[in-house]
Design a protein around this ligand. Structure first.
Ligand SMILES: [Zn+2]
Length: 117
């Protein structure tokens, strides 16, 4: 029954090959996921480092950093302006003392009681 043995051996090899391919695919997927997480962590570290550097040197940036510092400053101003536009549309004013959101027209802050303009 050499033919049956040959068929059995071929099926065993084929099955083993498919299992190996499946395992490799699973391993690669796991490693890609770990790589993605490591990249996100690295990006977060760069962001934190960049923010810390900016905060430390924003008042006296090195000449080679001046352009990027100006871009950061402009982006921060744009965000503040957009937030102000959103507050205006929503009819909200921010308490200068505590930062609480209050309805426009209120005389005192609902959070801390400070007078509102
Ligand atoms: Zn307040």
């Amino acid at each position: 029954m050499a033919i049956l043995d040959d068929i059995k051996e071929t099926l065993t090899k084929t099955t083993k090959s498919a299992v190996d391919k499946g395992k490799k695919l699973t391993d690669v997927t796991k490693l890609k996921s770990q790589k993605s997480s490591a990249k996100k962590e690295l990006t977060q570290i760069y962001v934190e480092l960049g923010k810390a550097y900016y905060e430390k040197y924003k008042d006296a940036p090195a000449e080679e950093d001046a352009e990027n510092f100006e871009k950061i400053s402009a982006a921060e101003e744009k965000i503040a302006d957009l937030e102000a536009q959103i507050r205006a549309i929503k009819g909200i004013t921010i308490c200068p003392a505590c930062g609480e959101e209050n309805a426009v027209g209120k005389k005192f802050c609902g959070g801390c009681g400070a007078p509102l303009e």
